[in-house]
Ligand binder design. Structure first.
Ligand code: XMP
Length: 391
């Protein structure tokens, strides 16, 4: 049962946007996601063709996404005026050499708004419409991370810095409410039911430093995970790519894992990865170690995996994520983590109990398609203590 009167909400927001914008032109960056789509449709109803919709091709979208999204949004019933801005080099250059999660987010955000500012000037727009929702604001003001679409909340004056004012028509809604509004507006299922995709896109899933090669492996791996996991319909599911480099993990972890599975220590392998991943503990952001473990034979019983995960993290609280080894091959520079979560509001999340056959099939496809991937894992860490995304 919904707690939102959808029809009334839309009427009120259309009226409010019309009052703020009057005869002004506005620009919105659309991604095909439910938040930006709903914001664009509401604004389009308010100001008609004074709204310009830009899809920024930043190189961090999934394979084929720019064209697919443009087609969906500009066709009936939405009929939004969408233009693709080709800006791959600009974004790659801005993120070049950066490996810290928060520095990458900042560089992405700066480039994103500079790009939009340029587009706004080209189109003669003084206003920018954004699909910010309630969780984005809660997490940013709570200090968990800087969501890329929050400006004023973190003390950036968009007029001074980028030359436009921001309008956020759905910032009072949670994700499930945004979906209700999308269905009411007649958005295609591909938009209304689309799994969330973060603004900085795959840049958060190429963990650490981004190179063209690592990004290409990420795109292929992410495609495989989406194709295999879709039938189980988790709230969100994707792949992240990490450097294959490992560091040794404390010995105690191996015996803890072997105890949980009732096997010899020699049948367990535990390692740390070189790169770190974001987490959340007591409402605060962490940037911790990523531990992987491999056990001999097939150990996919979710009860045991959860017990092992909890044991590892209670012994070493600096670990933000635990990855369970699904399949591997010889040689390569990267490892892939598959992630799938169940959640209602994304402030907390459980891992999705994806059947072993699916994990194995997706992992095998990743190993086959991604020439540089040595190992594929399933991330078994809930939020908290991890976050959904890796950065
Ligand atoms: P985390 O990683 O914080 O993610 O547990 C919670 C949800 O938010 C999405 N997410 C973002 N969405 N801009 C967005 O539009 C961002 O910067 C961003 N960071 C995370 C994430 O995909 C998940 O659904």
């Amino acid at each position: 049962m919904s707690d939102l009167d959808v029809k009334k909400f839309v009427e009120e927001r259309v009226k409010a946007v019309k009052e703020v914008l009057g005869d002004e032109k506005a620009l919105i960056a659309v991604s095909g996601g439910v938040d930006s789509t709903v914001s664009a449709v509401i604004t389009h109803r308010a100001i008609g063709d004074n709204l310009a919709c830009a899809f920024i091709d930043d190189n961090f979208m999934r394979l084929g996404e720019p064209e697919r999204v443009k087609e969906m949004l500009s066709s009936p019933p939405l009929n939004l005026p969408v233009r693709i801005l080709r800006e791959r080099e600009r974004f790659m250059k801005a993120l070049e050499g950066l490996s810290d999660a928060e520095e990458k987010r900042k560089a992405f955000r700066e480039t994103f708004y500079q790009t939009l500012g340029d587009a706004a000037r080209d189109e003669g727009c003084r206003f920018m419409v954004q699909g910010t929702i309630k969780a984005d604001i809660d997490e940013t003001t709570g200090g968990i991370k800087t969501q890329h679409n929050i400006l004023e909340q973190i003390g950036i004056d968009p007029v001074e810095r980028f030359g436009f004012s921001v309008v956020e028509p759905i910032k009072s809604l949670y994700k499930y409410q945004v979906r209700e509004v999308a269905r009411f507006l007649g958005a295609p299922q591909a938009a209304s039911e689309r799994q969330p995709f973060p603004g900085p896109g795959l840049s958060l899933r190429v963990v650490g430093e981004i190179t063209e090669e690592k990004l290409q492996q990420e795109k292929l791996a992410n495609d495989a995970v989406e194709a295999h996991f879709e039938k189980h319909d988790p709230a969100q599911y994707f792949a992240a790519v990490l450097s294959a480099e490992e560091k040794s993990a404390p010995e105690g972890l191996r015996s803890a894992v072997s105890e949980v599975f009732g096997i010899e220590e020699s049948e367990v392998r535990v390692a740390y990865l070189k790169e770190r991943g974001t987490g959340m503990v007591d409402g605060n952001r962490t940037y911790g170690r990523i531990a992987t473990f491999k056990v001999k034979g097939e150990a996919l019983r979710y009860g045991e995996l959860e017990t092992a995960r909890a044991a590892i993290q209670s012994m070493e609280p600096g670990i933000s994520r635990v990855l369970y080894h699904v399949a591997g091959k010889e040689g390569g520079k990267y490892r892939v983590a598959m992630r799938a979560v169940e959640t209602r509001n994304f402030l907390t999340a459980e891992i999705a109990k994806v059947p072993h056959e699916t994990l194995k099939a997706a992992a095998d496809e990743i190993l086959e398609k991604c020439s540089e991937v040595v190992g594929v894992y399933y991330d078994i860490t809930p939020k908290p203590p991890a976050t959904v995304e890796y950065e």
